[in-house]
Design a protein around this ligand. Sequence first.
Ligand code: SF4
Ligand code: SF4
Length: 174
Amino acid sequence: MGAKVKNIDRKGSSLEERIYLIEIFKGMATTFGHFFRNLLDNRRLYVRHYPEVQPEIPVRWRGRHRLTSHADGTVKCVACFMCQTNCPANCIMIEAGERYDGKTEKMPVKFNIDLLECIYCGYCVEACPVDAIRMDTGIFSVIDNNRESFVVGLEELLKTPGAFSEEEYKKGGA
Ligand code: SF4
Ligand code: SF4
């Protein structure tokens, strides 16, 4: 059985169509129409007026890290180095020290994360056996004017609160 062939006439062969001028003016009319309409009234624009209007951060969003604590305020981290070992960007630097509160044998005495190296993959969170590191701070804007400030240390990581309640966090499956 032979294939059915359908011939389509080529469009745009007249001189008026080939010089494109009318089509260009039509396109520009549309562009300027939108431009002036939005200039006079921008309420219909899909633009978030940041920073006045902050974005809603979903629970599973991977923001800047924090270290979690026990109910009595002591650090949960047991300095097992799992996060540091699994970090593909090699940007976690932990120094372990002896722990004397009877909870575990070790705890971090230094815990630095270089945010300029971090790729926010979340592997550190996945690797942690005791849920001591999370990326649920909702902090998405990390800005400063010198490289040293992008290295967050133990104290800063411990004092940063989570952006969600424990229930929301668990529901989010993070
Ligand atoms: S999010 Fe990824 S790159 Fe950043 S510290 Fe954790 S494991 Fe390393
Ligand atoms: S944050 Fe978790 S994975 Fe990293 S050293 Fe502490 S306990 Fe281990």
